[in-house]
Design a protein around this ligand. Structure first.
Ligand SMILES: Cc1cc2nc3c(=O)[nH]c(=O)nc-3n(C[C@H](O)[C@H](O)[C@H](O)COP(=O)(O)OP(=O)(O)OC[C@H]3O[C@@H](n4cnc5c(N)ncnc54)[C@H](O)[C@@H]3O)c2cc1C
Length: 416
């Protein structure tokens, strides 16, 4: 039996950043994943380190809203009909969260994380020689319907409170920022302080490499083998049994299944999104992510080409992927700017967890001593990963945390 202070299960951005920050505080850490680090949601995202995103997703509540998301989502998150029974407890919890003031709570709780998110990433990236992936060119959002623009007021409201700059964009401003957009006459917002990366998987893998270079151990193993022992937790890896005084579940969409085996049920759901790259048309460039809110997609420059991200659907992880998920987004993106041939034959799926209140879950599981959670939220936990890792390590080691960890605690969903 090999002993560690902490076993971190899951080598996505949440697990890798937690492992690095625990290691930096003197912990002997083992990082376990069933595959190579950085190959799941932390690779398959839009790579935006958002400075807005203060409000939770407006999940459908009434039967009519749910039905319309099943039938004709038109740019909004689709609900997979067969996954609906499994998603109902989550939708109920999301409704309850809104009823009890989640919008204001989430905005206030996410602000301190967002404030240091990019700085924490850059500190790790500098040490991991990964600064080349980061760019500070902001984020453009375009709104084709007035109602969608008005719905963004919640985010703008919190941005004003927390001093996050944004500007309204005219059609002329848009084209000035991105000269190759086909000019059009819609509302737009520009978030200049938002950073983005050209390879979220590359960033996560660079951080995992840094963890190993600093003496951390990485092994392959299935989190389903995690069991409580007399002194902590043990897991079986390809190198045998490993024991840790404490364990951190950072399994992303894999977490609910593993937690259920330990008797822990969280009211979370899984959301799949897709991406695909396109070659650039000669002489045509895009300098920053641009999100077309009403068509439900983001187009952003990545190492492999222009990445189109969309086709978001609330669905069970075992439901088949939809090869047609990006068709409508692709057509809308082509109307936005000239884009070349697609790189991949089929879109690449990525699954993330959704929390009823839109906040990550970080903290110790009540009634299971030594078991901690580090679970990203649905929209911004690539960007928040480094800050969350720091907060987790500070909380676990008894250091003074840079922010109050209470709003992220699993206690909001699980009682003793
Ligand atoms: C389409 C899409 C677009 C997104 N866009 C953005 C964005 O622009 N900005 C942003 O900040 N966030 C974005 N997100 C969200 C972000 O990607 C996630 O919140 C974040 O990557 C979650 O990281 P994680 O480490 O928690 O999970 P993951 O990256 O999924 O890592 C979980 C790890 O656990 C491992 N694992 C799972 N189950 C087991 C098991 N049983 N045993 C062993 N190992 C296991 C997996 O192999 C994986 O390596 C997006 C997500 C998607 C899908």
């Amino acid at each position: 039996m090999r002993n560690h202070d902490v076993i971190v299960l899951g080598g996505g951005i949440s697990g890798v950043c937690a492992a690095l920050h625990l290691q930096a505080r003197g912990m002997r850490v083992l990082l376990v994943d069933r595959a190579a680090p950085g190959d799941e949601a932390s690779r398959a995202n839009a790579g935006i380190l958002a400075r807005d995103g203060f409000s939770p997703v407006d999940w459908p509540v009434t039967a009519g809203e749910i039905l319309s998301r099943v039938m004709r989502p038109a740019g909004r998150i689709r609900l997979d009909l067969r996954s609906l029974p499994a998603a109902l407890p989550f939708l109920r919890a999301a409704h309850m969260a809104v009823q009890t003031g989640a919008a204001a709570r989430t905005g206030r709780a996410i602000a301190p994380l967002q404030a240091i998110a990019a700085g924490e990433h850059l500190a790790l990236a500098r040490a991991a020689s990964a600064l080349r992936f980061f760019r500070r060119t902001g984020w453009i959002k375009i709104y084709r319907r007035q109602a969608s623009y008005e719905a963004s007021e919640q985010d703008r409201h919190f941005a004003r409170i927390f001093g996050v700059p944004y500007t309204d964009l005219s059609a002329a401003d848009l084209v000035r920022l991105e000269p190759h957009l086909v000019s059009f006459d819609h509302a737009g917002l520009y978030w200049p302080d938002t950073q983005s990366v050209s390879s979220p998987g590359g960033v996560t893998k660079a951080y995992a490499r840094l963890f190993r270079e600093r003496g951390g151990e990485t092994e392959m193993g299935k989190a389903e083998t995690l069991v409580a022992t007399r002194d902590g937790w043990s897991v079986r890896t390809t190198r045998g049994e490993a024991e840790g005084r404490r364990a951190v579940i950072a399994l992303g969409a894999g977490a609910p299944g593993v937690l259920a085996r330990l008797g822990v049920e969280l009211p979370v759901a899984t959301m799949r999104g897709y991406h695909r790259h396109f070659r650039a048309v000669s002489g045509v460039t895009l300098s920053r992510p641009i999100t077309d809110i009403d068509n439900g997609y983001t187009l952003t420059p990545m190492e492999r080409g222009l990445r189109l991200v969309g086709g978001h659907e609330l669905t069970r992880v075992d439901r088949p992927v939809r090869e047609t998920a990006l068709l409508r987004a692709g057509a809308a993106a082509r109307a936005l700017m000239p884009i070349g041939a697609q790189v991949e034959e089929v879109p690449i799926p990525g699954v993330r967890l959704c929390m009823p209140d839109g906040l990550p879950v970080m903290g110790q599981v009540p009634a299971l001593p030594g078991l901690w959670l580090a679970l990203g939220n649905e929209r911004s936990s690539f960007g928040l990963g480094a800050a969350m890792g720091r907060l987790l390590a500070e909380t676990m080691t008894g250091a003074r945390p840079f922010a109050d960890p209470a709003p992220y605690s699993p206690v909001r969903f699980i009682s003793d």
